[in-house]
Design a protein around this ligand. Structure first.
Ligand code: ACO
Length: 312
């Protein structure tokens, strides 16, 4: 097959670790991969508002409530930047939303777990947002400009989210026996699902090789998972919580942590829509979409009237 001049220019930009912008020619498969990853990421942020919104009205103090509200609003903002980045690739936001509410689009497995106690807010911040930072900091260097730039701000906000989660757990761990048990229980429930956020093991990850060749992903799923566990171990010591893996220990030979086998059956069940909260998350998202119909209609009508005025 002969290489077209456009393809050659694209290849050269990628080889030079340059940035592809919306105006540039790009292979259809590159565009499709980006729409897939960015829209899934946007959906994750939007669905990810639900497990924590569950605690806004029950936060233990006014200060905690204000912080939690700000965090959930940040997540809405992240979803919006990401939908905008995906739109620069030619896919309308309505189309992405329709796919989500029809149950055809993926979003992160992690948001299909319940949040029964206040300590879950701590564990989500520490483990889920911690995993998100680990996965997303390298995405700030993604070859597609609008995605990489959106990730810079998102990562700054995620760092604040991670610290507030750590601080919630630290406060609980310095509290009563019951509070300490609650914190440990939340860590026990979120640890494995957080490790699954990085995606399937490298030998079962169909997209990694191509996404790395295109400088979208910079590290493999397993590399990032290892890096994350390495970050958690000293932090767990400071908190005084136990990471729920009896096989977790540093291996001098491999220079990484040995750990137990992850339950991939559970992961694939959640991806297939059969996790503990999948149905509830989608039901709530559909309901919110329907409740917001009047806002979309009003905005469209306002835009139509403005256009009429400027035409006159
Ligand atoms: N939850 C749901 N689906 C997942 C997950 C997960 N934790 N991990 C992998 N998958 C899906 C992939 O989307 C892919 O499905 P598809 O081909 O139908 O689109 C399939 O499993 C196979 O996985 P990979 O080949 O490894 O896919 P990919 O190269 O896209 O890597 C990853 C997956 C690491 C999640 C990548 O897409 C990514 O880095 N995305 C951006 C970060 C992100 O979306 N984070 C969301 C949660 S963080 C937050 O919102 C706070």
């Amino acid at each position: 097959m002969t290489t077209t001049p456009e393809q050659a220019q694209f290849d050269a930009l990628i080889a030079a670790d340059g940035r592809i912008e919306p105006r540039d020619w790009m292979p259809e498969a590159y565009r499709k991969t980006l729409v897939r990853q960015i829209s899934q990421h946007a959906h994750s942020e939007i669905i990810g508002m639900q497990p924590e919104a569950n605690w806004i009205s029950r936060a233990p103090s006014l200060k905690r409530k204000a912080i939690l509200m700000a965090k959930v609003q940040d997540e809405a903002g992240h979803g919006l930047y990401l939908y905008s980045a995906a739109q620069t690739l030619g896919t309308p936001r309505d189309e992405m939303t329709e796919a989500l509410i029809a149950g055809k689009a993926k979003y992160s497995s992690i948001f299909n777990y319940p949040t029964p106690t206040w300590a879950d807010m701590g564990a989500i911040g520490w483990l889920v947002d911690g995993a998100a930072i680990c996965n997303q900091v390298p995405l700030c260097r993604a070859s597609y400009g609008p995605y990489g730039r959106a990730m810079v701000r998102i990562c700054k906000e995620e760092s604040f989210h991670q610290r507030q989660g750590f601080e919630i757990l630290l406060t609980l761990m310095q509290g009563t026996d019951e509070q300490r048990r609650m914190a440990q229980d939340a860590v026990d429930r979120w640890y494995w699902p957080a490790l699954q956020m990085f995606g399937p093991p490298d030998d079962q990850s169909p997209n990694s090789a191509q996404s790395m060749a295109w400088n979208i992903k910079r590290f493999t799923n397993d590399e990032l998972r290892q890096r994350f566990v390495g970050m958690l171990v000293p932090q767990a010591e400071v908190l005084g919580v136990t990471l729920p893996d009896p096989k977790l220990r540093w291996n001098d030979e491999t220079q990484q942590y040995d750990m137990s086998e992850i339950d991939w059956t559970e992961f694939f069940e959640v991806l297939a829509g059969r996790g503990p909260m999948n149905a509830e998350r989608l039901r709530r998202r559909r309901e919110a979409h329907e409740d917001g119909a009047w806002v979309r209609e009003a905005a469209a009508e306002y835009a139509r009237k403005r256009a009429q005025i400027t035409e006159q």
